[in-house]
Design a protein around this ligand. Sequence first.
Ligand code: COA
Length: 190
Amino acid sequence: MSKDQEPARTSAFSRTTITELMIPSYANFGGKIHGGILLSLMDKVAYATASKHSGAYCVTVSVDTVDFLQPVEVGELVSLKASINYVGNSSMVVGIKVVSENVKTAHTKHTNTCYFTMVAKGEDDKPTRVPKLILETATDVRRFVEAIYRRKFKQNYETNLKEIKNNWEKQDIDALLENQRCINKLSKEA
Ligand SMILES: CC(C)(COP(=O)(O)OP(=O)(O)OC[C@H]1O[C@@H](n2cnc3c(N)ncnc32)[C@H](O)[C@@H]1OP(=O)(O)O)[C@@H](O)C(=O)NCCC(=O)NCCS
């Protein structure tokens, strides 16, 4: 198949929103919604979006930075808006924006944004090629480029961490831990 004949889809094709009312059984001991409930909803919407784009069964490979910026309360209506931000060969990055609404006041708050990397699998359970992403808007382009940068930053992070681990003996551990809130019983100065 030539490059031009390869299947391609817009992000609009697979854009998905899941909305769920936060019921009391979702709450933690502090009365706020469990982070795990939100993670599970994010995983569901990521799966639906990636499967729509690829037309295949998909698995979650990686979750990029889930920061809970504001608590979600019981009784709020949580919407998870997901779209394909980036497409590799078999992988897709699904960007998810989570918004929580107080149904009585209609006040909404943005609780977090995160990025799930999903991989499409074929009948043989091996990664399978997914359609290209058609970038129609400036937002589509920005999201695709940001995903490329996040990928590069992650690779750099992994390389740096590996280097630190490989050169562990060369680290000045005492200096690194000097102003940290720990008591290092292995300190050379102890
Ligand atoms: C993800 C998985 C399919 C990768 O299989 P693999 O044989 O290593 O295949 P590849 O190395 O070709 O990787 C496939 C794609 O995943 C991507 N990938 C693999 N590990 C990744 C990671 N940690 N972060 C981001 N992308 C990753 C690769 O970059 C590649 O993308 P591309 O095809 O767009 O270039 C395999 O590790 C797997 O099935 N993992 C379990 C997933 C799962 O069960 N998730 C549910 C959680 S319980």
